[in-house]
Design a protein around this ligand. Structure first.
Ligand code: NAP
Length: 283
């Protein structure tokens, strides 16, 4: 698997398996299937409420721990110095691991500075190998980087053909912050899996639309998190290393950019209040 080198020298597999919205009872099997399909990078979060089952899937897979790259994320209620210190231990216990490869602040809300100082300490102590952020605008990412010791290794943001984030990717990469794409398929919105422009490109290479999208991101050095519950799609989504897109293909994909989130804006006060009000049992 191709990797991206983070600003701390650690290599991350460029394709990862996301477990958002996979029901608890299906998660352990899905993680085992993904590892069997060839994924060595798993992305979970406190708020997905399936860290325990991710850990069960990892344990049942028989793969050595040091061959896997495991990410979890701190949910907004725990984004403070004390919240990270307490909830990270709980995440580790649920995962059944003694370290994670990447710990992210899930959303740019609450006491991100306190949380970041705790994460820097966890990294120094060897409990997390890399630390980063998610859903941070470029200015917030640079602010965190400039006034702390550690420049975030990663910013995980929404990127898909309808929300291409062209200037954000360029600016973050220039700052030495690797970019990770969530919802690369926009969770199927706008009929993405039958979109005529993507379909025509896919046919040219005898590939699927999903494979064209993953390839388009890989060619930008963007780390891609794809989610599927179906084993054959897990295999399909990482089978992207035997073709390359042309400049014309990329120009066609560029025309699909709507330049806005396909889900919600992180600048919308109502969303911040909604996240604050979410009651998530056990985290
Ligand atoms: P996504 O990967 O864009 O889309 C997943 C959807 O696409 C599922 O409905 C899946 O259906 C379908 N699909 C997958 N492969 C397919 C294929 N080859 N052909 C047709 N349909 C296919 O959405 P996502 O799960 O929201 O994002 C991916 C990961 O990013 C998450 O799992 C999570 O780890 C991360 N994420 C992070 C944040 C954040 O705020 N940091 C937010 C959202 C997501 P089936 O499962 O039925 O195959």
């Amino acid at each position: 698997m191709q990797t991206v080198q983070l600003n701390n020298g650690i290599d991350i597999p460029i394709l990862g398996f996301g477990v958002f919205q996979i029901p608890k009872e299906q998660t352990a099997q899905a993680v085992q299937n993904a590892i069997h399909a060839g994924y060595r990078h798993i992305d979970t979060a406190q708020s997905y409420l399936n860290e325990r089952e991710v850990g069960e899937g990892i344990a049942a897979s028989g793969i050595a721990r040091d061959e896997l790259f495991v990410t979890t994320k701190i949910w907004v209620h725990n984004v403070s110095y004390d919240g990270v210190m307490r909830s990270f231990d709980e995440s580790l216990a649920r995962l059944g691991l003694d370290y994670v490869d990447l710990l992210l602040i899930h959303q740019p809300f609450n006491d991100v500075y306190g949380a970041w100082r705790a994460m820097e300490q966890l990294q120094t102590a060897g409990h997390v190998r890399s630390i980063g952020i998610s859903n941070f605008a470029v200015d917030r990412a640079v602010d965190l980087a400039e006034f702390n010791e550690v420049v975030p290794q990663i910013n995980q943001i929404e990127i898909n053909p309808f929300q291409q984030q062209v200037s954000q990717i360029q600016a973050l990469q220039q700052e030495g912050i690797a970019v990770e794409a969530w919802a690369p398929f926009a969770e199927g919105k706008n009929d993405i899996f039958s979109h005529p422009v993507l379909s025509e490109i896919a046919q040219r290479y005898n590939k699927s639309i999903a494979q064209v999208i993953v390839r388009w991101l890989v060619e930008q050095d963007v780390i891609v998190l794809a989610k599927s519950i179906q084993p054959e799609r897990m295999v399909e989504n990482i089978d992207v290393f035997d073709f390359a897109l042309t400049a014309d293909d990329k120009a066609e994909i560029a025309t699909l950019n709507l330049g806005e989130s396909q889900f919600f804006s992180h600048a919308d006060p109502a969303m911040i209040k909604w996240m604050r009000g979410r009651e998530l049992e056990g985290i």
